[in-house]
Design a protein around this ligand. Sequence first.
Ligand SMILES: Nc1ncnc2c1ncn2[C@@H]1O[C@H](COP(=O)(O)OP(=O)(O)O)[C@@H](O)[C@H]1O
Ligand SMILES: [Mg+2]
Length: 447
Amino acid sequence: MRLSRYFLPVLKETPAEAQIVSHRYMLRAGMIKQASAGIYSWLPMGFKVLRKIEDIIHEEQIRAGHIPLLMPTIQSADLWRESGRYDDYGQEMLRITDRHDRDLLFSPTAEELITDIFRSHVGSYKDLPLTLYQIQWKFRDEIRPRFGVMRGREFYMKDGYNFDLTKEAALHAYNRHLVSYLRTYERMGLQAIPMRADSGPIGGDDTHEFLVLAETGESEVFYDSAITDLKFGDRQIDYDSVEQCQAVLEEFTSRYARTDETHDEALFNEIPEDRRRVARGIEVGQIFYFGTKYSEPMGATVVDADGNRVPVHMGSHGIGVSRLLGAIIEASHDDKGIIWPEGVTPFHCGLVNLKQGDEAADTACQAIYASLTAIGLEPLYDDTAERAGAKFATMDLIGLPWRITVGPRGLKNGVVELTSRRTGASEELPPEHAIARIAAIYGKASA
Ligand SMILES: Nc1ncnc2c1ncn2[C@@H]1O[C@H](COP(=O)(O)OP(=O)(O)O)[C@@H](O)[C@H]1O
Ligand SMILES: [Mg+2]
């Protein structure tokens, strides 16, 4: 993409309404624009990052054996009356009436609809296990939408639902989700710690929230610092193996890590004092086993091996897709702007022409641009007539992890400059070497 042809409405001024750094940078970098309270338009660069995050989530869910589908945002109130949640949900549910006076709603989550799909089409234990998921817009009429995409009213969410014959099988599905979530967040350059969460008034159910540590997080968290040394890495996992998934769960949840809702001071004080941490975190996902809570009232049953009709065991598992943009920026930025992890960056690198109109510089930039594109990379080429300082400031703000800078002086010596956004370190090298380095970073074979 050439910057001169792109739509990147960068703001010079810091927007007054933005209280936290991710919100400020998303507005300044022209990623989002508020449409009304808690509702945003996704401008091209914000949309690009959203898609990258979505792609990673799909890849990891499919790897775990989960199946994507898509359900509507507008749903019938009748289904929600069956589970009893139409009345329970309260003010956060956006209720809509159509021209025939039928009650509809904008889905805040989709347990009812997925359970209806299941009961209509699945009748035998032989069709289990089954996990279906979607990535779809949700609406919750939050009383205080704030912090940009962090707490929106309209937000993008991955919601998955498992259907299993027994509690044991459903807990394996739970563990599978935990593993797939660890992989997902790490690919986005995030450390998200599974913390025991509150399962609400009913209790007894299993649930973990995934939290990214950040000062601006809305949750207070208490944990054993040893947990931050854990890394999933690139280990291979067989998602069908009950033992392997269980072992990962045990490894990642055996240390103390809880939010304020489940915090237990006595247990916390058993941790050696130098490892006790009290901090804040951003909830980027949650996994939940709730048994037959929906299958029983809604009649989602299967015939088991003995010919008995039994309600299925279910769980639901969410990832805050749009919130993740904010969480990633909170975890990765400096005072000049965003620093995108390679896994989610909107463009693989920036290409800055220091002297647009200079024949040697223009030709070199075109050649570098063509080479990067040919190996499947997407550079953002600043081919505008701006001053060098302004070009650098924009590149730093939008946070592409690598920048190639091309100028007439360097070209005389046969070199361009390769700069890491994260460390600020620059290196002069021939253009082909710079291209090869970027190709290697992104795992592409250079031509
Ligand atoms: N208002 C919101 N704006 C942005 N993301 C949200 C919002 N509410 C929830 N999410 C994200 O969706 C994920 C799944 O939602 P859920 O656990 O049902 O939400 P909550 O814990 O707020 O009830 C959460 O972990 C969070 O990352
Ligand atoms: Mg939650």
